[in-house]
Design a protein around this ligand. Structure first.
Ligand code: ZN
Length: 224
């Protein structure tokens, strides 16, 4: 059996990988083809060295950095994406984005910053506070967090890997727009409002009224 100097070449880190790990904050590590129920994707894995988080870029079609690229920046939501939780709109947003890039080409950057960056366990605590009458922003504050702890620096680094500088961004969140614009990415915004349910309507309206999300709720008083 092989051991020691007989290790398969792929078992040892390449010189190129060692150099990337030393110089890049979010180096590309691995890539795979994933045929999925939404389309045929290439998934690129990146490592955020500072936190150890593994972020993903899901690509469909040709990514031509000379052209404007369709882009969704999506933050992980275990409750929505795995359980199909009706408390938020994350799963519907992710699925709509995957279908969109499967049809038109583009990228979904899947960032591992659960619960708007507070982590899954703290999100469970926040949900219990919300069940006792607090809204999503108040609950985060009561737990000692900002209402939104997410960062999009990783997304910018991942776009740099592909050489992308012009995007059509599927989002309702002005902070994502600002984060990309501040780092020199040219952004056109396309609204991405899907997945409204009776159970998440108050949550969505709180995101609009307190966090500035660009959403429309029909003819009621929250139209914006
Ligand atoms: Zn969610």
């Amino acid at each position: 059996m092989s051991k020691g100097s007989n290790l398969h070449p792929s078992a040892a880190p390449s010189l190129e990988l060692v150099a990337k790990l030393e110089t890049e904050s979010v180096p590309f590590i691995a890539k795979a083809h994933i045929p999925s129920m939404f389309g045929d994707f290439r998934v690129y894995g990146f490592l955020e060295k500072q936190t150890g988080k593994e972020h993903l870029a899901i690509a469909s079609g040709e990514i031509d950095a000379r052209k404007r690229v369709n882009l969704r920046i999506h933050s992980e939501c275990w409750t929505g994406e795995v359980l199909g939780s009706q408390r938020c709109d994350c799963r519907a947003q992710l699925e709509a984005a995957l279908r969109h890039i499967a049809q038109f080409g583009g990228l979904v950057l899947y960032l591992r910053q659960e619960g708007r960056g507070i982590g899954l366990l703290n999100k469970l605590k926040a949900y219990t506070l919300q069940d006792h009458g607090l809204d999503t922003v108040e609950a985060n504050h009561q737990l000692g967090f900002e209402d939104d702890m997410r960062s999009y620096e990783c997304a910018v680094e991942m776009l740099r890997f592909f050489g992308i500088s012009k995007v059509t961004l599927l989002t309702n969140n002005p902070k994502k727009l600002e984060a990309l614009l501040a780092r020199g990415i040219h952004v056109n915004r396309e609204g991405h409002q899907v997945g409204q349910t009776p159970q998440n309507l108050f949550y969505l309206k709180t995101k609009a009224s307190k966090s500035g999300h660009l959403m429309c709720f029909g003819d009621d008083e929250d139209k914006r």
